[in-house]
Design a protein around this ligand. Structure first.
Ligand SMILES: [Mn+2]
Length: 315
């Protein structure tokens, strides 16, 4: 797969990632945007994303991101990044399907292959890794490297998840040779929390419960709690990972309320349970160790449904 060859005849190129963009999504979109700026400055390249967290605003091109999704003339090529299905593209979905040629780069096991050309590598740590392996190093500069590095840091939980392969470490080694502050990216974008983010994390830990002899840990944050602390869904990122570090737990389930009897579910696994299977059964998706879905019902109903499926895998 030669990215630049696929774009040879294109004048206008669109790029988009998934709704509620995370580090890998933002890093992949801006890494590719900067790469194409270097490789083919004569082309028009537009990036579409829902407003990404402010913590990523140091990345070059952040201020170029279009979060309005206004209809425009069809793009010659549209590139979907880090999105397992076309619904995940949110506001950019129509722009994607209107394009003459559609490409997709992703690492989600559950990817449905919805583009004309799909590069899906579920063995890769991140979409950033998938892209970087295809980049011609001639056009990689500090800005490209910084964005790709940020994506890998986030999707590997700072190089610790099992998706970190020898290849990933090789890429990281190459990236830190460029000029950017690699340590600051980890502390500022991954570990740093606001005071209320820490408060809601503490609350979620306090109110967590154990199921199946402590093999499952679950917690839920409802609307009332979110209003009390004045937090948004973005402030809840990372809570599920903190639940999972609990000794003896195989799976962590974290829910937050999105509406009346509606919840967004995040699941993490230490390896024995494939949570992607569970999430996919309920209409969601993700990876073997990190997946999510949306469910309706009471907190108790949702937990019963999920734990039933997890239990089957643990027995
Ligand atoms: Mn990703």
């Amino acid at each position: 797969m030669d990215i630049l060859k696929e774009l040879e005849n294109a004048e206008r190129i669109g790029i988009a990632g998934h709704v509620r963009p995370d580090g890998d999504c933002v890093g992949a979109c801006l890494g590719l945007w900067n790469y194409l700026k270097n490789a083919c400055p004569e082309k028009t390249v537009c990036v579409y994303l829902e407003q990404p967290p402010q913590t990523f605003s140091f990345l070059k091109g952040y201020d170029q991101i279009d979060s309005t999704f206004q209809p425009v003339d069809p793009f010659d090529v549209f590139i979907a990044l880090d999105s397992g299905d076309s619904e995940r593209l949110g506001g950019a979905r129509d722009l994607f399907f209107a394009a003459k040629k559609k490409l997709c780069f992703d690492h989600h096991l559950s990817n449905t292959g919805y583009a004309d050309i799909n590069v899906i590598r579920s063995d890769a740590s991140s979409t950033c890794e998938v892209l970087f392996e295809l980049f011609d190093r001639k056009y990689v500069d500090d800005a490209v490297a910084e964005a790709i590095y940020t994506g890998i840091v986030h999707d590997t939980g700072v190089f610790q998840y099992s998706c970190m392969s020898r290849d990933t470490f090789g890429i990281v080694g190459e990236l830190i040779g460029y000029g950017f502050d690699a340590a600051a990216i980890i502390s500022k974008t991954f570990y740093e929390k606001t005071y209320v983010q820490n408060q809601i994390l503490g609350r979620a830990l306090l109110e967590s419960i154990l199921l199946m002899d402590g093999k499952i840990i679950a917690s839920c944050v409802d609307k009332r709690m979110m209003d009390f602390y004045g937090v948004t869904s973005e402030d809840l990122d990372g809570i599920v990972n903190q639940l999972l570090v609990t000794k003896g737990c195989e799976v962590a389930i974290f829910l937050y309320q999105t509406g009346n009897l509606e919840f967004k579910v995040s699941m993490r696994s230490k390896g024995k349970v494939n949570v992607s299977e569970v999430a996919t059964y309920f209409g969601g998706g993700g990876h073997a160790r990190a997946a999510g879905c949306n469910l309706t019902g009471t907190y108790r109903d949702v937990l019963n449904n999920l734990s039933g499926h997890i239990e089957k895998q643990l027995l």
